[in-house]
Design a protein around this ligand. Structure first.
Ligand code: ADP
Ligand code: ZN
Ligand code: MG
Length: 692
């Protein structure tokens, strides 16, 4: 089976290169600051007990462009030659070490072109390519047969290189020359390698709008196994190949391309993809000096959408984000801001979300149902073709370090409803299933939109009743907005003018700050600005918090207005507000604005409909406190009546409740509710008794 490969290959130019000696020359003589760089690398590799060496392709291009060209064109052969040459160097440096390792692998980095997945074409097959993308799937590590040793019935052994998934027996025995007879696989003599199959997908921000994301499989061996996890952004360097169809089945005419990985470079820094030049920085700094910068930024968000100032401001704050903190005990407090918009149909929610996904430096747009099997968080899925289990990353993991725009979040799947709690607060996604145990990062801001449960938002019902999301998820949003489509002639006229104008102008409607500049401005602020709370701002937030809490103490029937979670949200909002003007200190103006937004949210969603007081309990538990108290009063009435007469007649309950100022209609509602919740039961016709 082993094919004789030439040691001399002629290039298009007509010249010939002796590959092995060119490689030897490169390793021996390529110098940086007078030192032979790769000989040093080899020594270091031996000390570190590794079997691979990273080779900067730029060095190769400088030192021997022809060898570089050949490496790109015929990587299979050149990499093998590299391995042989490296092995010789190791034998010279440390003979005992050379005995131990099977082969030394050259791993290339910094190839001249980094392709996008959709740019890979079949004419590139068998060449060395670099591709960027995001890891969306990873199989658990396996052992893979790479060199099989077969024994023929004549007793002789043949070594066969296994490429791809198919193991092919020799067609003819090189010893007895028979093409028949049985072959036995000798497992102990065969060579297995650590193996993993991953799938990389285009980065969301690079996907043409409205297209399906492209992806490609990549086979990973040895030390590269488990180097990249789902959600990681990577550059993969490897040989572009095509999957063979297995011998048993019918040959397929459609084949999948895959990459046999030579090297994986994992992007460490969030947002490093956006390049900010010195000139950009000057421009950004200059913009930030404008006293109206924040208004300009807010006005530049979705300029085609009329009004909705507070929502746009909340979105701006979300784009900039607060400052994450790590406490001495290692707990992390998120800096990411989560915003939820609940609104009537046709109020531009989807349009807002799509806009944000487009302008944010890193963002994913998805719906609650999720575009893939992994949904919003992650899933263990079974590959239809191979039957293997994979770990697949969902939207919140893919958007790690950026923003997830989740439309119709109320339609989220059951698994996500559970996992999203962890994702929103601890910002990780843990999964244990089918032998896969993993925790993935999801340091993501969530901008979500949802539709009201009853089609329209019912203003006389609480938010928890209006939306199909549990209070535990609602309370994890820093800000929640209710968007109601109420006819208002003045506003409708303005909206009509705005929409007709937009349609007339089409794409020409210009934001105050253009998208490219805004994106860079945001990336810059997220990367370099970490504002710290000033004494004054701290004081102001504390005071607001304490004041709201005290209100509930002073009047015993006033609801608890605010909890520690809202205090953390206030701090984040104030930090983001400071970041928006690239300030390093959070001052009183930032604190005041955070308080204004929080108050406006509490008023729009947290209002206790009966008492008219702000009640965060409505968000937390879905029940306004005053109604809870009324339930308690009625329960007490029932208890007393039942103690006297065995059970409480409806008429008597109603009249006693009326004395305490509870309306008749409400009493009936509460009774129905209590019966449903199993607090009371009907002891006889129209007569109730408490269950315990
Ligand atoms: P939703 O997702 O809230 O149901 P959409 O985002 O699909 O609504 O919006 C419906 C249409 O109405 C869009 O074309 C949008 O541009 C338009 N529209 C609604 N409200 C506004 C507004 N305030 N300004 C501009 N266009 C609006
Ligand atoms: Zn034989
Ligand atoms: Mg919509």
């Amino acid at each position: 089976m082993t094919q004789e490969l030439p040691t001399q290959i002629s290039l298009e130019s007509g010249l010939t290169v002796d590959v092995a000696s060119s490689i030897e020359d490169f390793i021996q003589n390529f110098k940086v600051d007078g030192k032979a760089k790769y000989r040093e690398h080899i020594k270091k590799m031996i000390l570190e007990n590794r079997a691979d060496i990273e080779i900067n392709f730029e060095d190769l291009m400088i030192y021997n462009p022809k060898l570089a060209e050949l490496t790109l064109k015929n990587p299979e052969y050149v990499i093998k030659q590299f391995s042989n040459v490296l092995k010789k160097f190791v034998e010279y440096e440390a003979p005992e070490y050379a005995e131990k390792v099977h082969e030394i692998i050259p791993r290339f980095k910094n190839l001249p072109i980094v392709y996008k997945i959709r740019d890979l074409k079949s004419y590139m097959l068998d060449t060395l390519v670099a591709v960027e993308g995001i890891v969306v799937r990873a199989s658990p590590p396996k052992q893979k047969l790479v060199e099989a040793v077969f024994q023929h019935e004549c007793g002789n052994e043949v070594r066969v290189t296994v490429t791809d998934d198919v193991i092919e027996r020799p067609l003819q025995c090189p010893f007895c020359h028979k093409s028949t007879g049985t072959w036995k696989l000798l497992e102990e003599k065969s060579l297995f390698k650590d193996f993993q199959r991953i799938v990389i997908q285009e980065k969301p921000e690079e996907m043409p709008a409205g297209r399906m994301p492209r992806s490609i499989e990549a086979d990973v061996y040895d030390d590269l196994v488990d180097v990249a996890r789902p959600g990681d952004r990577v550059i993969i360097i490897g040989i572009l190949k095509v999957r063979k169809s297995s011998g048993a089945k019918k040959a397929k005419s459609l084949r999948d391309m895959y990459i046999e990985v030579n090297n994986i470079i994992v992007s460490q820094r969030i947002l490093e993809e956006i390049e900010i030049t010195k000139e950009d920085e000057e421009k950004i700094r200059e913009l930030a000096k404008d006293p109206l910068i924040r208004r300009k930024i807010i006005a530049s968000i979705a300029p085609a959408i009329h009004g909705l100032w507070d929502i746009k401001e909340a979105i701006a704050l979300l784009l900039f984000g607060g400052v994450p903190k790590t406490l001495p005990d290692g707990t992390r407090i998120r800096g990411d801001i989560h915003v939820l918009i609940i609104g009537d149909p046709g109020t531009a929610k989807s349009q807002l979300l799509q806009y944000v996904a487009k302008i944010a430096p890193r963002a994913v747009y998805t719906t609650g149902k999720g575009a893939t099997a992994a949904g919003l968080t992650a899933a263990v899925v079974r590959d239809k073709q191979t039957g293997e289990y994979y770990l697949e990353a969902g939207a919140l993991v893919i958007a790690d370090g950026g923003i997830a725009c989740i439309d119709e979040i109320d339609k989220m799947r059951e698994e996500d409803r559970v996992a999203i709690h962890e994702a929103m607060e601890q910002q990780t996604v843990s999964i244990t299933k089918a032998g896969i145990v993993a925790r993935l990062n999801a340091r993501t801001s969530i901008l979500a939109a949802g539709n009201p449960k009853y089609g329209r938002y019912l203003p006389n019902r609480s938010i928890a009743e209006n939306v199909n999301l549990p209070p535990t998820i609602l309370s994890r949003f820093d800000l929640i907005f209710v968007l109601r489509d109420v006819p208002d002639t003045e506003r409708d006229l303005q909206l009509a003018r705005h929409i007709t104008y937009t349609h007339m102008k089409g794409e020409d409607i210009k934001p105050l700050i253009d998208v490219d500049t805004l994106r860079k401005y945001i990336a810059y602020a997220r990367k370099y600005v970490r504002p710290v709370l000033s004494e004054e701002a701290r004081h102001m937030l504390e005071e607001f918090f304490v004041e709201m809490r005290r209100k509930s103490l002073e009047a015993p029937d006033s609801p608890i207005a605010i909890t520690a979670r809202q205090l953390e949200a206030l701090i984040r909002l104030a930090e983001a507000h400071a970041k928006m003007a690239l300030k390093n200190v959070v001052t009183e103006e930032d604190a005041a604005e955070a308080i204004r937004l929080m108050k406006s949210m509490l008023e729009s969603v947290g209002i206790d409909i009966e008492s008219g007081e702000v009640d965060i309990d409505v968000i937390m538990t879905g029940k306004p406190k005053s109604q809870r108290e009324k339930i308690l009063i009625i329960e007490e009435i029932i208890r007393e009546l039942a103690k006297e007469k065995g059970c409480a007649k409806i008429k008597e309950i109603v009249s006693k409740a009326r004395e305490k100022g509870i309306e008749d209609k409400l009493v009936e509602e509460i009774l129905t509710k209590m019966r449903r919740e199993g607090l009371i039961y009907q002891a006889s016709e129209g007569c109730y008794a408490p269950v315990v």
